[in-house]
Write a protein that binds this ligand. Structure first.
Ligand code: GAL
Length: 665
């Protein structure tokens, strides 16, 4: 018996269909059975679809094989056809009434040797039509059968069963459609529905507006550099009242340079003027040691776009575009070179840049001339993740070289450190970062320190104490819904480890043209991109743009430069969003802000539009409170008990709630 009783079939017809859908046993060889689906005229096997459109958490979708490229095998039974994937996996299929039934055997592939746990789900026209129980590695396959009469769209989903995605190698074995009688089309795989983004793109005002962080910090006597971020028509003239001695502002470029004289706190009035008006904002400058990243770093990193194809001119272009596109006017500052810049060391051990980077010093000068800052990448082991020379036993020498070149940010990975690691437990994970922190402390330059070890040993618990300004808390991001949604959910409970100077880092942004050496427009839908930017703001995440800066489109620029959303990311209180409530398909997150108001994000994680409500009680608020929609730039009036919004598929509503004037249109 193949265990169909454990199938949870939610559509009325799927239970009986499940029984009739049992595949024919054609051949039995020893303990291994081989099933073969007969492909009569009205049967359309799933391997005929373009499976590359499947979004999944690891590996690539495979026709007729497991994600490990081995024969599809569940509990000793080998299946000839089907599709092997990995949680979290989403395959969308346009049916347009072409099929009347979908059947499949589902389970974890034997290649995991009994490991992994997943749930299979079939969504038809926005409703869950069938769902498996939690399936563990080694469990017998269960049949799934779904009535598709008149159905337009279907989604095959494999979710991790609450224990992360490791070993979640999921098989849709013998998956097939029964075509509708006389059907003139067949099912087609599709990318996620491209619903219009729930936002408006406002015209950037020509009058000056000052954006970005309201506070920055630096070590006294070290080189200070800060570009006042102002949008509006050029030419612009800049003034500052109350600058600390030792700093001066260039009134034509808006760049403040010099060095702070001593520890302290200065409240500065920044003023920007153009032909159309004047803007002014209060700004705090803090002097002291370890005062970097008082708000999350904002900038660009080469990896998600270029990976190994990065070179000096691409980095210089990114810096130039940062200014020309206006992104620098919103506070984006760091231009970070990721892996593959390194050459073998010189005979005296000094790290060299390879031929792709003829002069790091010249590059730093160029980047600094815009008022921006330059970042670099290394690893604590002998080699980096891409196999280039890394900092093991050269930490101080490398820190000195970075300082000499004019580097302002170091992303420090983990790869290959395992081969030289000593100690156990915390010491094992912490030591390489403590060693590099010690090295950075010895150079007379402010270098922001970013750990990149994917959250091992709960880095958030010791990252700040080890002198990290931010630390990656998950594996690498990809431009897929499965990656985005699983990284969002990996942040649950981590808010308490965040604060000014030290931030959880859920990885770099995947909007615009990304592609790790082969750029393509992001595979995230417009609404998923809004969710990405909204949640990275709610999480106080570093905002490192990961796309080709020379090909920014208006939509990408608009979602990166919404001042009301960026103000949440840069909020000086530094308290990060916590999860208020979560159902299968909705999430509510809340973040307290420095001005006493609250940012709230309503997320639709499902595949149909949802009305999401939140009460003031859930948010521990009360009274008559103003509500403003930050993507629609719209005041929603006063509310006494709570609010409800319609949220599109994989979309977000981001609101600010509290005491402010919300009756203005
Ligand atoms: C990974 C890291 C990526 C990128 C890459 C370079 O470990 O997570 O963001 O830096 O290494 O090889």
């Amino acid at each position: 018996m193949l265990g169909y009783t454990s199938l949870v079939a939610l559509s009325s017809s799927s239970y009986s269909n499940a029984i009739s859908a049992q595949p024919k046993l054609n051949m039995v060889t020893g303990s291994t059975s081989i099933y073969d689906v007969s492909t009569s005229g009205n049967i359309f096997p799933i391997d005929k679809l373009d499976l590359s459109k499947c979004s999944q958490g690891w590996g690539s979708p495979e026709a007729d094989l497991s994600v490990d490229k081995t024969p599809l095998t569940i509990n000793g039974v080998v299946y000839k056809s089907g599709f092997g994937t990995h949680a979290q996996s989403v395959l969308q299929i346009n049916l347009n009434r072409s099929a009347v039934k979908f059947t499949s055997m589902v389970g974890i592939d034997d290649a995991t040797k009994g490991q992994g746990a997943v749930i299979f789900e079939v969504v038809v026209d926005g409703k869950i039509a069938a769902k498996s129980p939690v399936m563990h590695g080694g469990d017998a396959a269960v049949p799934i059968s779904v009535d598709l009469t008149n159905a337009k769209r279907m989604i095959l989903i494999v979710r991790p069963a609450g224990d992360g995605i490791n070993f979640d190698h999921a098989d849709w074995a013998d998956a097939q459609f029964e075509l509708a009688p006389g059907a003139t089309t067949t099912p087609q795989s599709a990318t996620t529905p491209l619903e219009p983004a729930r936002m408006i793109i406002p015209v950037t005002p020509a009058k000056p507006e000052i954006h970005g962080a309201t506070i920055t910090g630096a070590t006294p006597h070290y080189r200070f550099r800060f570009l006042v971020p102002v949008s509006g028509k050029r030419p612009m003239t800049y003034f500052a009242k109350g600058l600390p001695p030792g700093l001066k502002l260039n009134m034509h470029t808006g760049i403040i340079t010099g060095a702070l004289p001593h520890d302290g706190k200065w409240n500065v009035k920044l003023i920007a003027k153009n032909a159309l008006g004047t803007a002014s904002e209060m700004f705090t400058i803090v002097g002291g040691s370890h005062k970097l990243a008082l708000t999350p770093p904002m900038g660009w990193n080469s990896w998600n776009c270029w990976a190994g194809a990065v070179d000096q001119s691409k980095v210089a272009d990114a810096a130039k575009e940062m200014v020309q596109t206006g992104l620098a006017d919103y506070g984006y500052t760091y231009i970070n070179i990721d892996d593959t810049w390194e050459a073998p060391r010189a005979p005296d051990g000094e790290i060299m840049a390879n031929q792709k980077f003829p002069s790091m010093r010249a590059l730093a000068n160029k980047v600094h001339s815009y008022g921006l800052k330059l970042g670099i990448y290394s690893s604590p082991g002998p080699t980096t993740c891409a196999g280039y020379p890394a900092s093991y036993l050269h930490e101080l020498q490398d820190a000195q070289t970075y300082s000499k070149w004019g580097i302002d940010y170091l992303k420090y990975d983990w790869c290959s450190y395992t081969s030289v690691a000593k100690g156990t437990g915390l010491e094992y994970y912490w030591l390489p970062y403590a060693v590099m922190r010690g090295a950075l402390n010895q150079v007379h330059r402010d270098i922001l320190f970013s750990f990149c070890q994917y959250g091992m040993d709960d880095v958030w618990k010791w990252g700040a104490a080890t002198g990290g300004n931010c630390w990656r808390d998950t594996g690498d991001i990809r431009d897929s819904w499965s990656s985005l949604s699983s990284i969002i959910n990996a942040q649950i409970g981590l808010q308490k480890y965040n604060g000014p100077g030290h931030w959880n880092d859920p990885d770099m942004l995947v909007v615009g043209r990304v592609g790790w050496g082969d750029p393509h427009p992001t595979h995230l839908t417009p609404n998923e991109q809004l969710m990405h930017i909204s949640m990275w703001s709610m999480f106080s995440a570093p905002l490192l743009i990961g796309c080709d800066m020379t090909k920014l489109d208006p939509f990408t620029l608009a979602i990166l430069t919404n001042p009301e959303v960026l103000a949440i990311n840069q909020d000086p209180l530094g308290k990060t969003a916590y999860l208020v409530s979560k159902t299968n398909n909705t999430e509510i997150w809340e973040r307290p802000l420095a001005d006493g108001t609250h940012a709230v994000a309503l997320l639709n994680m499902g595949y149909s539009d949802k009305t999401i409500s939140v009460s003031w009680k859930q948010l521990h608020l009360s009274g008559d409170l103003a509500v403003r929609d930050l993507w629609l730039h719209k005041n929603e009036g006063m509310h006494k008990r709570g609010i409800s919004f319609k949220v599109p598929i994989h979309g977000v509503v981001l609101v600010k709630i509290g005491h402010f004037n919300a009756n203005k249109a």
